[in-house]
Design a protein around this ligand. Structure first.
Ligand code: GLA
Length: 402
């Protein structure tokens, strides 16, 4: 009995004191992170150049905001236990870099880990949470990605709550990104703790493959998409499922980039680019900065998409948008083109989560905007059935509205 009461008090105190900064990430965060392209090869010149490119390429205007240094920026802890930056890679210090990024109208993010070490073997934050949060606040950090290596038997909810409280205590509003890979089901407990939580292991730079490293695996875009099943009810403004960062611009053919990006937009996923913004192709930039796709992702309802149908390797996905609008996407997962058709006179679907309904069977004509076609003079509409062919590993994605 005593144990039960103690446990109850413990969980009440945890839930009462777990208070992330509210009012942040009301739409999925957008930005860039160094890991997918550069892994540990980070330094201040590179990060500054990426921030420059975020502005000069128009990515900032498209909505990208956070510039996040992932693992390996660290030096050692000093005699008082405060974390320092690697002085060779970051000779001007992290605060100067953060000021540079802020001066461009962007926000600055950094990476740490709930264990004794980061995944790359640098000092982790375990036992130094409040001290590290103070350091980050003094550096002007706006976003913290917090990993899950070298955590031993640590309880994930406790570990992430401690860092959330530390950030809160330090006083500077920070978007808190939990990178626990989904093993402890953060979607069930992290809403008061952070603003986004990874749902899977790491993404691998392929459309449809699994990379097996022996003890662990990383996942292609389609494998990650499948692992989002059942999670949509946990996402919403300020608390997002994170299917990991984007691989757009890292070498996939443009049709696969388009399909990967479209599905991340449909999932209401954080849009964190992971390519070299300084040298990307015009095609990859076009994918990353497609305004219509981004508007679907950033829709203020914050509802994650659902799969309505699978037919002959084509998946039909729907996402309710504000003002009765919908996004309707067909994803061709096969390696050959597929045709699809929709008889609008017989098309009515209810979102099983909230009862919102798209129903085109009535008299009223709905407009159809193909988000990947340059704005046509005349929009398609629901007067005639939709018949289309979708290339291999590609999407047809429509905004449907009256
Ligand atoms: C883990 C994370 C990655 C990246 C690396 C850094 O694998 O899931 O996203 O942060 O660590 O070491």
């Amino acid at each position: 009995m005593k144990q039960v009461v103690a446990l109850l008090l413990f969980s009440i105190s945890l839930s009462l004191s777990a208070q992330k900064f509210e009012g942040l990430a009301l739409t999925p965060p957008m930005g860039w992170n160094s890991w997918n392209k550069f892994a540990c090869d980070v330094n201040e010149a590179k990060i500054r150049e990426v921030a420059d490119a975020m502005v000069s390429t128009g990515m900032k205007d498209a909505g990208y905001e956070y510039v996040v240094i992932d693992d390996c920026w660290h030096g050692e802890r000093d005699a008082q236990g405060f974390i320092t930056a690697n002085a060779e890679r970051f000779p001007s210090g992290i605060k100067a870099l953060s000021e540079y990024i802020h001066a461009k109208g962007l926000k600055f993010g950094i990476y740490s880990c709930a264990g004794s070490k980061t995944c790359g073997g640098h000092p982790g934050s375990q036992g130094h949470e409040f001290q590290d949060a103070l350091t980050y606040a003094s550096w002007g950090v706006d976003y913290l990605k917090y990993d899950w290596c070298y955590t031993g038997k640590r309880n994930a909810e406790e570990a992430y709550t401690t860092m959330s409280q530390a950030l809160r205590a330090a006083g500077r509003p920070v978007v808190f990104s939990l990178c626990e890979w989904g093993g402890n089901k953060p979607w069930e407990w992290a809403k008061p703790v952070g603003h986004l939580w990874r749902t899977t292991g790491d993404i691998y730079n392929c459309f449809d493959c699994i990379k097996d490293y022996g003890g662990w695996k990383s996942w292609g875009a389609m494998q990650i998409l499948d692992q989002q099943d059942g999670l949509r009810k946990f996402a919403g403004p300020g608390h997002w499922n994170d299917p990991d960062m984007l691989e757009v611009g890292n070498g996939m053919p443009v049709n696969e980039e388009r399909a990967h990006f479209t599905m991340w937009c449909m999932l209401a996923a954080p849009l964190i680019a992971g390519n070299d913004l300084r040298s990307m192709t015009i095609e990859s930039l076009g994918v990353l900065s497609n305004r219509q796709a981004i508007a679907i992702n950033q829709d203020s309802l914050g509802i994650q998409c659902f799969r309505y149908e699978i037919k002959d390797s084509v998946e039909t996905w729907l996402k309710p948008l504000q003002n009765g609008r919908w996004a309707l996407c067909f994803l061709n997962r096969s390696t050959s083109p597929k045709s699809i058709s929709i008889d609008w006179k017989a098309f009515s679907v209810k979102d099983p989560l909230n009862g919102l309904e798209i129903n085109t069977t009535g008299q009223e004509v709905w407009q159809l905007l193909d988000i990947w076609k340059p704005t046509p003079k005349k929009l398609m509409n629901t007067k005639k059935p939709l018949v289309a062919s979708i290339p291999a590993h590609d999407v047809l994605c429509l905004k449907v509205f009256k």
